[in-house]
Design a protein around this ligand. Structure first.
Ligand code: PEP
Ligand code: MN
Length: 349
């Protein structure tokens, strides 16, 4: 339930509502808006009737949240969530879609990473992505450089001003990753690692949560709910494809329809990842465009200095010249879509 207080509600009225909620085992989260105070009541609504709350002094309206994900739902928060970063970049709402690009894994080649970062900056991207801790299907594959990779990302950030996105696989690395990342990625394979979701729910960095390879949209939103319920409401969702029955042409099935569905039922920003969504470099441009047309708040793409030599996901990574070509087209599409322009691209060729 959410309890919307009257404009004129006093501090005692608000405390009265909180007290009764607590007596009935609810958790109450207070949002003091410019006009109304709103209280999120999280708990079992069969123990306390909305009518009883509605009758209390200072209460304007009690709204029931129909979805099992509550904090993430539009019922609770009709306006889009916008997540703002230290340098003024904003993700969500009417802001210009953002670009997150970089290699799948950060490799022991700082110059290669920097080349990608410089090109990304040139093309108006806002984020540099790269894995330091990599979830790999085979234990024999390269699984990341750990802190050295984080240091490379931080150095590239210093040189270009790009924000850093990197994956956290284990809560024991949380402090380390927080030290270097502006946005912490929870990868598809960990979407339902509930202890990890709880850990990042308690940290103060924004989170990008990727859809699990076989997760329904409801499970995806409930995973976001875990993060929010634990105290971190700055969650960006990422559609990166789900397992289909035919992997002969594409690695996954990129679920473009998930974007408008999530926009309808949730206020959280959602971006699209056509690299993991398709596994094919030639599909990045059309599927990124499809995602943007469907309303994505950003695009994540793998770009490598030398894809033929990449230690992971080389087949789906764009080279720097390919990236420049594709991203100038994406920027033109965004201009045509007449989206707002708070994250203006800089130096776009
Ligand atoms: C990645 O972003 O490199 C990655 C491993 O993504 P996903 O979790 O979507 O497979
Ligand atoms: Mn990858």
């Amino acid at each position: 339930m959410i309890i919307i207080m009257e404009k004129t509600a006093t501090a005692e009225n608000i405390q009265g509502v909180i007290n009764i909620l607590k007596e009935h085992g609810f958790r109450a989260i207070l949002h003091e808006g410019a006009v109304h105070t709103v209280i999120d009541a999280l708990g079992d609504k069969t123990t306390l009737s909305p009518d009883r709350l509605e009758a209390m002094e200072g209460v304007s309206q009690v709204k029931l949240i129909r979805q099992p994900y509550r904090m993430a739902s539009r019922d609770r928060k009709p306006e889009d969530t916008v997540i703002e970063f230290e340098n003024g970049v904003k993700v969500g709402g009417n802001n210009r879609p953002v670009f997150m690009v970089g290699p799948c894994s950060v490799e022991d080649d700082y110059e290669g990473l920097l080349n990608v970062a410089i090109a990304a900056k040139e093309m108006g991207c806002q984020f540099l992505r790269g894995g330091a801790f990599k979830p790999r299907t085979s234990p024999y594959d390269f699984d990341g450089l750990g802190e050295k990779a984080l240091q490379y990302l931080a150095k590239a950030k210093e040189e270009t001003g790009l924000l850093v996105v990197t994956e956290l696989m284990d809560a024991t690395d949380l402090d380390l990753v927080c030290k270097y990342a502006d946005l912490i990625q929870i990868g598809a394979r960990n979407m339902q690692n509930f202890r990890l979701l709880k850990a990042v729910g308690k940290c103060n960095k924004p989170i990008i949560l990727k859809r699990g390879p076989a997760a329904t949209i409801q499970e995806f939103l409930l995973a976001a709910e875990h993060i929010m319920y634990n105290g971190n409401e700055r969650v960006i969702l990422c559609e990166r494809g789900v397992k289909g029955f035919d992997s002969s042409f594409t690695r996954n099935v990129l679920d473009i329809s998930a974007i408008p569905v999530i926009k309808k039922y949730s206020h959280l920003p959602i971006i699209v990842d056509p690299s993991h969504g398709t596994g094919q470099r030639y599909l990045i441009e059309p599927m990124a465009k499809a995602g943007l047309v469907a309303g994505a708040d950003g695009v994540m793409v793998e770009v490598h200095n030398n894809p033929a030599k990449a230690l992971s996901d080389g087949k789906q990574s764009l080279s720097i010249p390919q990236f420049k070509e594709v991203f100038s087209k994406l920027n033109s599409l965004i201009d045509i879509l007449h989206l707002e322009n708070s994250n203006s691209p800089v130096n776009v060729e």
